[in-house]
Design a protein around this ligand. Structure first.
Ligand code: B12
Length: 382
């Protein structure tokens, strides 16, 4: 039985053949099969919590439990007795995990995020982008803009869609505005990463379409002095592997939001491990689907998991290639004196044979000690 046929049967069994409900059943079946395959009931529990709100958002008089029952009814004739028992057992574990399937209420958004979202929801794009521009002008860091304005706004957009208050079209509009704002953030982080010594390649895996969170992570790593190559979604596994082999990053960051893409994560990591050119690369896994059960990162073959940029940055620091130490005598007193003398010749056109005396003379005229003048002419290299 195909996934589509099953979704249709379940939707009909629930008395509603609505397309959106079929999407919900697709997600349910994906979470169910992945939870069984990976022994991770947490994945289905997360889906069931989400369904409670989504069903209300769709205005349907159904409980998440109705969906579980309908799925089991539709699957029944196609499953062996042991397989049916496994699904029943899984449902039991899920019921235990989902203690409180109550719809989340909207969080109190930080002021910047609220202003940004208000503007974006009412299609005032310039005003929304202006909120971010202004924050950057006032000296806000990439992390403050990304995690304090854009991320909370995006999460709230998801909640509004799930609850049926906004449409997919509105969500797309706002996400596009957020992409524009991330490009603004990038103009500041690019300057920092110009001195990078470590690289990270980032990609969403398989059919995963969510890549905004990963892009945010990349911007924040850039701001930490990493060079990041953000590939987004839809990169075939073999293409990612050859890219990684050519670029030779220290870390590959893979993002998974939907449980259905976890299998692709395992596949992609397997492909990376199988290529001798990628053997030393560390694989970092993250995203909502992994957050539901972080141990999955190891099960799927990754070297680590992080729930967000701060933890990811800490992990990546341990995997970074240390910056090469400055030339042995670069910071020494003698070499700085040499550089200062060369500056005097270049800037003030002193003759080389007189330059030692010129240093003393100039220092006295400027009411500085010779060492202070050297400090000015040849500051320590950072
Ligand atoms: C924008 C959006 C989309 C856009 C994505 C655009 C893009 N280019 O990313 C589009 C339109 C493609 C989309 C489609 C769908 N979406 Co959507 N989407 C969202 C939304 C509203 C915002 C995503 C976002 O920007 N989040 C903000 C970022 C900052 O958060 P984040 O992704 O979690 O990332 C952070 C961490 O997780 C972590 N992280 C992420 N990746 C990685 C990787 C590594 C290595 C590390 C260390 C850390 C890390 O760091 C990030 C920064 O802090 C979310 C709501 C939400 N709560 O996120 C729903 C949401 C994820 N979508 C959802 C759904 C259901 C869908 C669809 C199935 C809907 C449909 N029927 O079409 C499709 C699936 C498409 C697909 N094949 O993937 C649900 C998922 C529910 C579930 N059961 O999991 C959500 C939660 C909405 C909701 N509240 O119901 N979506």
């Amino acid at each position: 039985m195909s996934r589509d046929d099953l979704a249709r049967d379940v939707a009909v069994g629930l008395g509603d053949a609505d397309v959106q409900l079929r999407d919900l059943v697709h997600l349910h079946v994906d979470a169910l099969t992945t939870a069984l395959e990976l022994g991770a009931p947490e994945l289905l529990a997360e889906q069931v919590r989400w369904e409670a709100t989504r069903l209300r958002g769709l205005g349907l008089d159904l409980e998440a439990l109705d969906v579980r029952r309908a799925v089991l009814r539709a699957l029944g004739p196609h499953l062996s007795a042991p397989a049916t028992s496994r699904v029943r057992l899984l449902h039991g574990e899920v019921a235990h995990l989902v203690a409180d399937p109550v719809a989340p209420t909207g969080p109190e958004l930080p002021a910047g995020a609220a202003a940004y979202l208000r503007a974006a929801l009412t299609l005032r794009r310039t005003e929304a982008v202006g909120v971010v521009e202004q924050a950057l002008r006032r000296g806000a860091s990439a992390a403050e803009v990304t995690l304090g304005i854009l991320q909370p706004a995006q999460v709230e957009v998801g909640r509004l869609w799930q609850a049926g208050h906004i449409t997919v079209a509105q969500e797309h509009f706002i996400s596009a505005v957020t992409q524009t704002c991330l490009a603004l953030v990038a103009t500041s982080t690019d300057q920092v990463s110009a001195r990078a010594t470590s690289r990270l390649v980032a990609s969403a895996v398989g059919t995963e379409g969510h890549d905004l969170g990963l892009r945010m992570l990349c911007e924040l790593l850039q701001d930490e002095g990493w060079e990041t190559e953000f590939l987004g979604a839809g990169v075939p596994g073999p293409d990612l592997v050859s890219f990684v082999a050519a670029v030779e990053p220290e870390v590959v960051a893979l993002s998974v939001t939907l449980p259905a893409a976890l299998a692709s994560a395992r596949e992609t990591i397997g492909l990376l491990r199988a290529d001798p050119a990628c053997r030393d690369v560390r694989v970092l896994l993250g995203g909502r689907a992994v957050d539901a059960k972080p141990e999955l990162a190891r099960t799927l073959g990754a070297d680590g998991w992080a729930p967000g940029p701060a933890e990811a940055i800490a992990l990546c620091r341990g995997w970074a290639t240390p910056a090469s130490p400055p030339a042995a005598d670069d910071g020494s007193r003698a070499s700085r004196r040499e550089r200062a003398l060369a500056e005097l010749v270049r800037r003030y056109e002193f003759e080389e044979r007189n330059v030692e005396g010129a240093l003393e003379l100039l220092a006295a005229q400027m009411r500085l000690t010779p060492d202070e003048l050297i400090e000015r002419l040849a500051p320590p290299r950072g």
